[in-house]
Ligand binder design. Structure first.
Ligand code: IPE
Ligand code: IPE
Ligand code: MG
Length: 231
């Protein structure tokens, strides 16, 4: 792998295909989610290697509550165990953990692990990994509007609005990746993605690794980002 120039500051990842990965192998869907955690781990190491500063993983959407209780509980317990590991990737590599989305409906033990690790890593700044949990782009926008209304703002600018979103502490993602071949956004960062470069690799999320990310970053270098202007 040759060295990469012009790497994005922020990549957003819509991790999709865990269920199909498992079903294809005759395994329960939650086994796919388990393998999905390994792919998160690999991707975080790849971000460190490629000097990406922010990586946001879409882990649970505001719509994912429609799934069976068994699947939802399985996802929560995998996440909790992942965050609970003593030698976890965040502490070991000085990575800051963040979250976006509304945590209230999650089980207390999951929120406790997440909050504890967020606190322990809050001063790190080499890489900021964010989990989008009970996150929806529409919900983010509506909550931002309500926050601004509470402050009795009469007129707001785009900057005010960006600062009212869950993503206030991070730049907009230059790249958004959705795995599994589906070509939709499924309510990820709707406002923040206005000018993101989109990539839809066919790989199911549990198979995603450094090589896939490298290929995407190479392709990104060739994209002509005009932002409405003319080259
Ligand atoms: C993504 O994989 C993980 C979550 C949405 C939590 P899926 O579970 O959506 O996998 P498919 O799309 O059913 O294959
Ligand atoms: C998007 O995947 C949400 C996450 C990756 C967390 P889904 O599998 O839930 O999206 P749809 O249902 O295919 O649109
Ligand atoms: Mg899916």
């Amino acid at each position: 792998m040759k060295e990469l120039k012009n790497v994005p500051t922020h990549i957003g990842i819509i991790m999709d295909g865990n269920g199909r990965w498992a079903t294809k192998r005759g395994l329960p869907r939650n086994y796919g989610h388990k393998k999905g955690i390994d792919a998160i781990e690999r991707t975080i190491y790849a971000c460190l290697k490629f000097n990406i500063k922010y990586c946001t993983f879409f882990a649970f959407s505001t719509e994912n509550w429609k799934r069976s209780k068994e699947e939802i509980d399985g996802i929560f317990s995998l996440l909790r165990d992942y965050l609970k590991k003593e030698d976890n990737i965040f502490l070991k590599n000085k990575i800051k953990l963040e979250s976006i989305g509304v945590l209230d409906p999650f089980p207390d033990d999951l929120v406790a692990e997440l909050t504890s690790l967020k606190n322990k890593t809050k001063n790190y700044d080499k890489l900021i990994v964010t989990f989008a949990l009970n996150y929806g782009g529409r919900d983010d926008i509506i909550r931002a509007i309500n926050n601004l209304l509470e402050k009795k703002e009469k007129k707001i600018t785009e900057k005010d609005f960006l600062l009212a979103l869950d993503t206030k502490n991070m730049p907009e993602p230059e790249i958004v990746i959705r795995t599994s071949g589906e070509m939709r956004i499924s309510n990820f960062m709707l406002y923040q993605m206005a000018y993101s470069e989109l990539f839809f690799p066919k790989t199911y999320w549990p198979d995603f690794d450094e090589k896939h990310l490298y290929k995407i970053l190479k392709k990104y270098q060739k994209r002509d980002r005009r932002f409405g202007g003319v080259r």
